[in-house]
Every structure is written in structure tokens, then in C-alpha cells.
Design a protein around this ligand. Structure first.
Ligand SMILES: [Mg+2]
Length: 381
């Protein structure tokens, strides 16, 4: 079998899809994207296609090695995300060739269904309460919320209390049997992270995510040892090498993104590395249906997979959502807080190529917001 072409599609709301075609008529799909840098990643995919077109798509590991190491310069979000989407598509092809889901090729399912969580918005306690209620009605048993908006290096008593009040409002709605996680989104300084984690302890969050920026990962040890709240991170780490010091810092949950951390091949290895530290796997996924299917394939085969994020109904998905690009959206069979095992070959989804082509005619130029503090200086988003 040979790869004959690799085509990228910019589709709303902010995604990039990749179609890899072969001379045997089997097509694989991947989602190689950095949010806000879709065109840059598409250029990286185009460069990697120079190596891949004409090659056997089934030699996934050899391609992974050459793509990540063969250019001398390596790592980072752009190259790793390009590799990730290509890797997903190659696994899709291999699964389709053998007529089995990817998790069967990874050793077979270790679970029948995967627990899911969804995002809730809301800057005020009343809004957060309302959104949490809506998620419960959809069947979720776990939700995640942001810590708040712009955060200064150190915050006033009022701002700290506002964070606690919002999380408390959600806890009140969901009760003690369900879970709420709090995403600090890298907006918080190490000192403020320690203070906020301590304040949130009585509310028993499932985890606090990205308490500090990835470049401050060397401070994670202090944060982990300073609180009983489990710490999660990893959406901005791109390989098992990026994860190694973070796993050693004492985090509870690793959150590689299947579209940033080297795809199915590397996330599977990150999961195994996490297992050696007693750390759970909760793949980050605010992206589209291909990325979600890739996450679920790894979750289904990984013993330490703990919970899976989905972007279904997330606030970024304005005007389009996960189901819009699938021929049969019922493969995402969500009930009782869990997604049923994907059983179709490859990634387990069928892409609606007409819908993708139509969306790609419009394309998108989504960019991350730029925030400013009250004094005019840049604020982390
Ligand atoms: Mg996050």
C-alpha cells in the first residue's frame, strides 16, 4: 500500500482536518491543529507530505520516528501537532485495512465505556449554577470550569473569594456524588496557585488543571506538595520527554492532547509512562470529532485512563459542532455520563466528506483572544 495524497481542510469553528489517501482506496483522517495556528500546522503537514507520499502508511512507528526526529529540529506545538494528526490518520488506515477499531490494535479494550466530562462557562455563581444544571440534564456526572478571567500575580481577598464562590455554587448543584474540576488555564502565578488550591480544598475539586504555565513546570512540585487537591496538567506538553519531569513532580493526572502530543502512538507511551508514577490519563480534547475518536481509542486500551474531555457544546463551537462532520453521529453513544466503546474500524467514525468540503470553502481564521490587565499589560488567556 502507498500513500497517494494528503489534503488539509480548514473547518469551523477552528479546526484542521487531514485526509490521507492510499492507492488501495482506504482513506485515513486526522486532526492536526494548534488552536489559533491552523495555517501554520497545515504548512508543517505539507512539508511532511514530501516524505510520506509514496510510502507505505502501515509503517506508522517508522514514520513517527522520521517525522519527529528526521528534521534535526524537533518538538514544540507546531511540528508535534502536525505529526499528531498524521499519526491519527495512519492508525485509521491500519484499522480500516484490518477491519478492527484502533484500540484492538493497541491490545484490545480494557473497559466497555469511558467516563466523560464537559465544560461549563459562567463568570457569576448564578451562571455557573445554570450551566452545571444543563450538563447534569445532558447526563454528565463531571464538569470542568475555569478559575476565572484575568488573574494578577497576587489577587485581592475579594477575587479569591469570588473563585471559591463560583466553585461552591457548582458543588451545590452537582452534590457530593458528581465531580467538578477547575482549570487554572496557566493564568495563575505559583504563589496564587498555592493559595487558591488551599482555599478550594474543602470543596473537593476532582482536580485543578494547569495551575501554572508549562514553562513554570519546575514549580509544580511545590504546588503538588502544598495541597491535597489533585493536580492535572499536560495540554501544552508535546512528548514523553516533556512529560517526564512533570510526572516526577507529583501530579495526579496527565492530560496529553491527542492532536498535540504526537498522536495515538506517543499518547499511548505517555499513558504507560504515567502509569509508572501512579498517574491517571485524562486526554485533553476541546477539538473536533476525529481528535475525540483518537482519544477514545487510546482511553479504551489504556488501564490508567481516568476520564475524557469532550468539546460537545463547548463555547468555542459556535455555529458548528462535533456531529456536523460525521455521516453517523450516533457512533458517539453518550449515556449515563459515559461514552460507549467505539466499535467501527479504524478510529470508529465516518467523516462526511461533503460537509467537510463545504465547510472548507468558508474556512476560518480563528485566533486566541488577547487579554489585557487593567493597567494595559498583557494578561494570560
Ligand atoms: Mg485546560
Amino acid at each position: 500500500m502507498q500513500i497517494t495524497s494528503m489534503t488539509t481542510y480548514f473547518v469551523a469553528p477552528r479546526w484542521l482536518f487531514l485526509k490521507v489517501e492510499t492507492d488501495e482506496g482506504i482513506t485515513g483522517w486526522g486532526e492536526p491543529v494548534v488552536e489559533g495556528r491552523a495555517h501554520t500546522v497545515a504548512a508543517a503537514v505539507d512539508e511532511l507530505a514530501d516524505h510520506l507520499v509514496g510510502q507505505d502508511p502501515l509503517r506508522i512507528e517508522d514514520h513517527w520516528q522520521v517525522m519527529t526526529k528526521g528534521g534535526f529540529y524537533r518538538g514544540g506545538p507546531v511540528l508535534s501537532s502536525a505529526v499528531s494528526g498524521i499519526d491519527q490518520a495512519l492508525w485509521d488506515i491500519k484499522g480500516k485495512l484490518h477491519g478492527v477499531p484502533v484500540h484492538d490494535l493497541l491490545g484490545g479494550a480494557v473497559r466497555d465505556r469511558m467516563r466523560m466530562y464537559a465544560w461549563i462557562a459562567g463568570d457569576e455563581p448564578s451562571e455557573a449554577r445554570e450551566h452545571a444544571t444543563a450538563r447534569l440534564e445532558q447526563g454528565y456526572t463531571a464538569v470542568k470550569m475555569n478559575v476565572g478571567g484575568r488573574m494578577r500575580l497576587l489577587e485581592s481577598r475579594r477575587e479569591v473569594q469570588a473563585v471559591v464562590d463560583r466553585v461552591a455554587a457548582v458543588r451545590e448543584v452537582i452534590g457530593p456524588e458528581r465531580d467538578v474540576a477547575v482549570d487554572f488555564h496557566g493564568r495563575v502565578s505559583p504563589a496564587l496557585a498555592r493559595e487558591l488550591c488551599r482555599e478550594l480544598e474543602p470543596l473537593h475539586p476532582l482536580f485543578v488543571e494547569e495551575p501554572v504555565l508549562p514553562e513554570l513546570s519546575h514549580r509544580l512540585g511545590d504546588i503538588c506538595s502544598g495541597t491535597t487537591v489533585p493536580i492535572a496538567t499536560g495540554e501544552r506538553l508535546y512528548s514523553r520527554w516533556d512529560f517526564r519531569p512533570v510526572l516526577e513532580s507529583g501530579i495526579a493526572v496527565a492530560q496529553p492532547d491527542l492532536s498535540h502530543a504526537g498522536g495515538i502512538s506517543e499518547t499511548r507511551r505517555i499513558a504507560a509512562a504515567a502509569e509508572t508514577y501512579g498517574v491517571g490519563l485524562a486526554p485533553h480534547c476541546p477539538l473536533g470529532p476525529i481528535a475525540l475518536a483518537a482519544c477514545l481509542q487510546v482511553d479504551l486500551a489504556s488501564p490508567n485512563a481516568f476520564i475524557q474531555e469532550t468539546s460537545l457544546g463547548i463555547h468555542y463551537n459556535v455555529g458548528s459542532d462535533l456531529e456536523d462532520y460525521l455521516l453517523d453521529a450516533s457512533v458517539f453513544d453518550f449515556r449515563d455520563g459515559h461514552m460507549a466503546r467505539l466499535t467501527g474500524p479504524g478510529l470508529g467514525i465516518e467523516i462526511d466528506e461533503k460537509a467537510v468540503a463545504a465547510a472548507a470553502e468558508k474556512g476560518h481564521r480563528w485566533r486566541s483572544p488577547v487579554w489585557r490587565h487593567e493597567d494595559g499589560s498583557h494578561a494570560e488567556w
